[in-house]
Design a protein around this ligand. Sequence first.
Ligand code: SF4
Length: 376
Amino acid sequence: MARKPGQSATRTAKCASSYAEAVASELLPWFRRHQRELPWRQSADPYRVWLSEIMLQQTQVVTVIPYFERFVARFPTVTDLAQANEQDVLRLWEGLGYYRRARQLLAAAKVVASEHEGAFPNTLDGLQGLPGIGRYTAGAIASIAYDLPAPILEANTVRLLARLGAIAGDPTSADVQARLWKLAEDLLPHKRCGEFNQALMELGSLVCTPREPKCGECPLRELCAAFQQGRQDELPTPKPKQVFESVREAAVIVEHCGRVYLRQCGAGERWAGLWDFARFAVSAKRGRAFQEELTSKVREQAGLDVQRFEKLTTLKHGVTRFRITLDCYRAECTRPARLKPHSQWVKPTELADMPLSTTGRKLARLLVAQRVESRE
Ligand code: SF4
């Protein structure tokens, strides 16, 4: 905790250590009583810890559970994952979002298999040398799998620690991050660091919730500066409000001889590595100008001439700061030219096995349902 004016460094260190002991002595028994049974808690295998931590970034536990179970059933070890092809990994990841995580997972598995003989590094530096593993994930693996004294800081612990230490200011700013990391480090016990870190995350997730924290049932309320000061509702300081931008796009299912056109999204695109129908931003609102824009943009993107647009649906979705209205059509290809690289014609029945963009999957389901209906 912060040193009070006139307090010596030695005394501050002693206070900090007795404060940390008090936190651990309240928190660990609470965790043993209240922790949820989660599939990744069944063992301290670094592969499972790593996989769960990557999946849990920006994603809720309840969403992650089935993905985690499918993933470890298909790739039980890091060596199995290292041998996978990217399309299979992306298909298993489909719907979890932030697909860069999946590509980096595969890249890191390959490094573990080829440079570490299939064993995860057991140092923070070694772990942080792997693709996609930053300070937080390295700390989680090091502490949970190897019981190393490594602090962690993720969404739940940021909130909990900001309240525990009454740390105000934008939690994403460098100075607040530094203070939070310092507190996370000061609180670590000498042993059972992995259990302690999991307990912090669990308390943040179950009790010290973003809105209306359940301070009445919190084992740390006597030790919590925000609770003592009545500031638990104002901490952590809210991030500056996100300004959203509205965007209009169109997706076109181009059909030819019972197959549909797909293109693979390139590096730097929203769904890099996944497949999608022809899709682009549109500016014309309706009528002839809109039809002409669709035709010319399909030609530009896919190199295909199309006609007879049929409106299927409008999907609304959000990606980062964009609020997207996506008008979806099907159209006939009139002149199947040679396809550009990273594109192909596929049968609608093959779509189920391909990793598709989020809206691509919705459209694929719609297309298959329409074909079933039209046969009935
Ligand atoms: Fe969070 Fe309230 Fe517990 Fe403080 S007392 S850590 S604000 S739940």
